[in-house]
Design a protein. Structure first.
Length: 348
């Protein structure tokens, strides 16, 4: 909680307290006319020493001393400190009241002593009530600050996790692509230059475009298209990959690099590149949702070496939970030789 807001709480409390004092004075002197000025001043001083000064002492004593040093395992000690502080504030207020205003209850010694004690205890009770209010106020402020700090820590943790996910780059894809382009330079320099430009654009996209929380869906799809084109260098089968986009994409936004981990995993685990539509990718853009489907064929008996640089389903799911909490549905199925991913994101 901001310091200025805390100060406003204090000002508001004492403003209400003074308003209550004014109401009491109005009740005392309102019906009367031509009240002597000395009598009004005396009533103000009585209220000041009787209520206001002890309340100030107790309020800020509880606020700055009792509550911050409140021993969690020694609550009895805190209660004793609070009671002693209230009695001290009551004694101070009553002493000043008696000395400055000349307040006396009776001319008899026994009665005067008893009434003095009762008045002092009543002042201490008022001080105690204000001290309890101060403790409640300090407790609420502390509770709010702790919640705010937890939210900030949680947000920073999420930002770090998202940055970690964004920074994931499969070096094997990069090395293989560069090697394929190097081989292609001899056979078809023009085509090799085109692939090299696509790789450059992909690297630029990963370095700069993914720093924002959301990007245009068009840019995300352009990145996917370039990625697929570079993957096609490794096979002569034109129907190896089936990629389709339906719906208007330019007016929609999405978190960067949401779909590409599933596509990367599909290419990693598809063993037979001679199959038709071994990998099928569909992106359907609806008015309120974006539906992503990715299916790939694989041979369950083939032991394929996996690389530690890839993103696992747990990390992918964790990222989706962070950026689309309650606004996405992910279904992953694995049947026979078909691995399917179905992701629905609510973007409206």
């Amino acid at each position: 909680m901001k310091k200025s807001l805390v100060i406003l709480f204090h000002i508001g409390f004492w403003f209400c307290y003074l308003m209550l004092v004014i109401v009491i004075l109005a009740v005392l002197f309102g019906p009367r006319k031509n009240v002597p000025e000395e009598e009004v001043q005396q009533a103000v001083m009585i209220i000041f020493y009787f209520s206001l000064l002890p309340s100030l002492i107790s309020f800020y004593g509880f606020y700055f001393w009792v509550f911050p040093h409140y021993p969690q395992k020694k609550k009895f000690r805190a209660v004793v400190y609070g009671a002693l502080l209230s009695l001290g504030a009551g004694l101070a207020g009553y002493t000043l009241l008696n000395n400055q205003v000349g307040f006396n209850c009776s001319s008899e010694i026994e009665t005067t002593l008893g009434e003095h004690i009762i008045v002092m205890l009543f002042i201490s009770f008022i001080a105690l009530v204000n001290g309890v209010i101060a403790s409640l106020m300090r407790g609420c402020i502390t509770w709010f600050r702790e919640i705010r700090q937890k939210e900030i820590l949680k947000q920073k943790n999420q930002e770090m996790e998202l940055a970690l996910v964004k920074s994931q780059l499969d070096p094997h894809f990069l090395f293989n692509t560069i090697n394929n382009i190097d081989i292609l330079i001899v056979k078809d320099p023009e085509l090799a230059s085109d692939y090299l430009n696509k790789l450059s654009n992909m690297m630029r996209f990963m370095l700069y475009e993914t720093k924002t929380d959301t990007i245009s869906l068009c840019k995300e799809i352009e990145y996917i298209e370039k990625y697929i084109e570079l993957q096609k260098i490794r096979t002569a089968n034109e129907s190896y990959i089936d990629f389709e986009v339906n719906g208007s994409t330019c007016s929609k936004t999405i978190a960067p690099m949401v779909f590409i981990p599933f596509i990367e995993n599909a290419f990693k685990h598809t063993t037979n590149k001679k199959l038709e539509k071994a990998i099928a990718i569909r992106i359907q853009v609806n008015p309120e949702t974006i539906v992503f489907e990715c299916r790939n064929r694989y041979q369950a008996l083939v032991k394929k070496q996996t690389h530690s640089n890839g993103l696992g389903n747990d990390l992918i799911q964790k990222r989706l939970n962070l950026i689309y909490s309650g606004k996405h549905q992910l279904n992953i199925s694995k049947q026979d030789d078909l691995y399917s991913v179905h992701l629905t994101i609510q973007h409206a």
